[in-house]
Design a protein around this ligand. Structure first.
Ligand SMILES: [Zn+2]
Length: 145
């Protein structure tokens, strides 16, 4: 999770929304790490989770991620949650809950749907206060700036 936080801080320094993610393989090695790059890449889908899932599957020659763990500082949005189903992510561990934009514990609650084809195991609220404080600080600075 510390790596995900470091990626979130690096994203903030680039002027991106501070969300960071890291994908760990079955033996705990880092397959991919990234922060949001939507501004830099001019790609609204370049969320940290999308970047690490894509990179990890490529690093594994196309193997799906059912034996891998995705750590991310914020509850994944519906797009990333749906992608995690396609990538067959085994576990998702996230920091802050996102009542407005989340898709796991809020909104569509994708993994709780009966027609969901693959349900990653999820754990939310890891270092929640730290994750929420970082996001609030970023948006406050943006408003004031
Ligand atoms: Zn997302």
């Amino acid at each position: 999770m510390s790596v995900a936080f470091a990626e979130a801080r690096a994203a903030a320094a680039r002027g991106e929304v501070p969300v960071g993610a890291v994908l760990l393989g079955p033996d705990g090695t880092i397959l991919a790490r990234a922060g949001n790059r939507t501004e830099e890449l001019r790609d609204p889908s370049a969320h940290a989770e999308m970047l690490v899932m894509r990179a990890a599957v490529q690093a594994r020659d196309g193997a799906r991620l059912s034996d891998c763990a995705l750590y991310v500082t914020l509850e994944p949005c519906p797009m990333c949650a749906a992608a995690a189903v396609h990538f067959r992510v085994g576990r998702i561990l996230f920091g802050a809950y996102d009542p407005k934009g989340g898709g796991v514990e809020h909104g569509p609650r994708l993994f709780a749907r009966r027609d969901c084809l693959h349900r990653p195991e999820t754990i939310g609220g890891l270092r929640e206060r730290e994750a929420a404080t970082m996001l609030r600080g970023f948006f406050r600075d943006r408003r004031d700036g």
